[in-house]
Structure formats: structure tokens, C-alpha cells
Design a protein around this ligand. Sequence first.
Ligand SMILES: *[C@@H]1O[C@H](CO)[C@@H](O)[C@H](O)[C@H]1NC(C)=O
Ligand SMILES: *[C@@H]1O[C@H](CO)[C@@H](O)[C@H](O)[C@H]1NC(C)=O
Ligand SMILES: *[C@@H]1O[C@H](CO)[C@@H](O)[C@H](O)[C@H]1NC(C)=O
Length: 440
Amino acid sequence: MQLTPLQHLFPTAAATTTAAATPKDNTKNTISIILATAFFALLFLITLSSSSTSSSFSITSSSALTRPDPRLFPAHQSPFAKIPSDPTPPSIAYLISGSKGDSGRVLRLLYATYHPKNLYLLHLDLFAPQAERDRLAITVQSVPIFRAAQNVNVIGKADFAYSKGSSAISATLHGAAILLKLSKNWDWFVNLGAGDYPLVTQDDLLHIFSYLPKDFNFVNHTSYIGWRESKRLKPIIVDPGLYLSQKTQMFYATQKRELPNAFRLFTGSSFSILSRNFMEHCILAADNLPRILLMYFSNTPSSLSNYFPTVLCNCRQFSKTIINHNLQYLAFEKSPSRQVPHTLNSSEFDSMIRSGAAFATEFRFDDSVLDRIDQEILGRKPGHVVPGGWCLDGEPGNVTCSVWGDADVLRPGPATARLEELMLKLLSNGEYRSRQCIVE
Ligand SMILES: *[C@@H]1O[C@H](CO)[C@@H](O)[C@H](O)[C@H]1NC(C)=O
Ligand SMILES: *[C@@H]1O[C@H](CO)[C@@H](O)[C@H](O)[C@H]1NC(C)=O
Ligand SMILES: *[C@@H]1O[C@H](CO)[C@@H](O)[C@H](O)[C@H]1NC(C)=O
């Protein structure tokens, strides 16, 4: 692979990850692996015993208390296995959320974004009946690769997530908290909705991300408020998802309130790619700002799109880690008053691909353009995961991933070059710094 440009931008990122595997560190590694295993065993017990007290299971894991399949993770078996020449691939934690009737889309999105190195948490919100959630969990358990890698989980005790309110923030933080507990090994958090779809394979994405500093956050943000002032920031709402157990209308107060001046508001989009460090800050930090903002935004419409940008930009520790692009393609309706995203179809296939974005939104259920993305970009067959370097079976073009190899071996495809080009555009000459948390 000709990744010199990115390598050139971040020589230290590549150097540190490679150095971590030198034989000198092996005893330390072995000890931490043993400790991590003990920690996981404990966690699963906690989850299992707490779930037996509630009416339904709280988390289903593919098979608790056993190790993942050694064919996928040979390096876990022998610390002397290999010293990689490329940086070790990172791992991404995905929260994939849907609502009533979305289990088919959630499952398709799981297949399309699947990689054994990643971690997945599926959430069907409380608008979906429990039977749909249980069925999804049973389907997931029946897929051999999910069972072998032990990295797909379904939330059994769901939350309400009103996208027009603030319960969506609570559901997202809940998902991130579970993912933090489930594994110490992931590096970025990505929250996908049922209407999203990837435009690159995970081998492409993990390959490019292996050259990036692990503290980068990809978040659209602006302090320019515009039409949002009257529609999104001054109205006071009460989200029924936070206190009523059946579906109801959002409650709007008649009065409006001042814009805050104790911190600066930033608005953005609900999709973002967030570092593990930052998620730990939002959930566990001694700094109180994440909680203060959580309470402030609980009475603001559509606040998921404002919460993460505002926390990031008001924190000196994180405001320099933010890239003002979430790597997601979306197209806006041409409307004079404000921008409304529209659903994508095959007429936009080319501009979607040309954009170099890693994800796109929003698609209709089983739209034909998704089949085209599967065939031409992901090489995915219906009902199968996207083939990667870990799939050792089949002819090219007919890989079903039923024979497994080392998950650290990536096989990036043609989409890598497009994502790399976008990344270089965003990062070269340190230009991204001039677009970080600008006060307008
Ligand atoms: C996010 O920012 C990028 C770059 O500025 C832009 O192309 C994209 O449309 C933005 N997305 C949203 C949801 O505003
Ligand atoms: C695709 O979307 C565009 C813009 O929303 C619309 O004008 C066009 O008719 C759609 N095409 C199909 C095939 O649905
Ligand atoms: C693809 O592979 C499967 C199993 O490996 C095999 O049964 C099938 O015949 C192959 N199809 C083609 C078109 O080669």
C-alpha cells in the first residue's frame, strides 16, 4: 500500500504502535492480557447476575466466559507471534440503533460494517416490542462468526430515544457506557442509525485509522446559530422519553429562554466519530462540564446534535483534537429557510462515492442503491458479512468468510484511496486547526 502521505503526516503514531510489540514488552503484555481476561470474566458475571434479577436479559453476548476463536486472534495466544511492520489496526465500537420495525435494517448494517476486531452493540429502542429485540438477539447468536469473535451484543433493557428530544443523548451515552465496560480495547466510538450505511469496508477504515492519533474526534460543529436560535435553542421542551413509559407527544413550554453565556454553544450533527478518551471524559470525568451540559440540553429540542460539539469545544483538553468533518455523506434539500437532509437514492451513487466519505445517510429500507454499494464497493453478498483480510475461503468475488484467519491482517480495497484523499485534504498543512471551535 502506498500510504506514505498519511504516514508522513503522523510518523509518531505509526512508530509508537509498532514499538508496542517489541519483545522487551512481552512479559508486561502477558500480565496485562491475564489481568484483562480476569476483568472480563468478572464483568460478564456481573452482567449475567444483574440480568437475572430483571424481567429480561440486559445484555446478550454471543457466548460469555469463553475466549474468542484463536484463529481470529492468534496474537492473543502467543505474545511472540509477530512484530507487524504496519501499525496494529485500531478497533471501533459501534452502537447501531433502530426503532420499531428496524431489526432488518440494523442487521444489514451490522453485516455491512462487520469486522472481528470491532465491538458492536445493537439497540432497538422502546418503541419496538420486546419480541423484536429478542428475535434480533437470537438471530445474532445464530451467526457463526459473531459467536466466534464474541463481539456482537444486543441491549435487552432498552431506552426511549426521541430524536426530537433529549432522550437520544441518554440512549447514546448508555450505549457508550456499556461499550466501555465490555472492552478496554476499542479506540473510537461510532453511533449509527438504521438509515445509515458504510461507503468503505472496515478493512479500508481500520487501515486509514491505524495511521491517525487515537485522540482525534470527527465532529461537525459551528458556533453560528442562525435559524437554530429560535427553533432549537430558545424553546423549552420536556422529553417524555425521560419519564413516561408510553409513547407521547413532546411537551413544549410556551415561554422561551435566554441563550447561555456560562459556556459557548456549538451546534453540529448527530453523527460523529469520537475517541475513547473523550467518551470516558463524558461518562466518567471528574470535570463536571459534561454533566452540566447534559442537564442544560435535556430541555432543548434535537439536542444530540449539539451535545458532543459543545462539550468538546468548551474543554481545553479536547478542543484541539476535533476535525470539523464527521466523514459522513449527506445531501441537503434546497430550501431557502433552512437545510433539510433528504433520503439518498441511486441518482446520487456517484457523488456519494466521489466524496470519499466513510458513511452516508439517509437511505430507505432496502433501497436498490444499497445493493449497488454492497456489490460494487463492499463486495458483500446478501446475508453475509463484508469480506476482509481475515476471510480465507473462496475465489476472489465469491468469498463467504467461512474459513477464518488473523483479524489483524487487513486487506484494504479501492475505496481506501478515496478515504485517504479526503483524510489528507482534512489534515494536510494543519489546516484543520483553523476550523476548530471557531467563535463566529
Ligand atoms: C459536515 O461538514 C462537512 C464539511 O464541512 C459538510 O460537507 C457536511 O455536509 C456536514 N454535515 C452536516 C450534517 O452538516
Ligand atoms: C432520487 O432523489 C432525487 C432527489 O430527492 C429525486 O429527485 C429523484 O426522483 C429520486 N429518484 C428515484 C429513482 O427515486
Ligand atoms: C461460491 O462459493 C460457494 C462456497 O464456497 C460455492 O458453493 C459456490 O458454488 C461458489 N459460487 C461461485 C459462483 O463460484
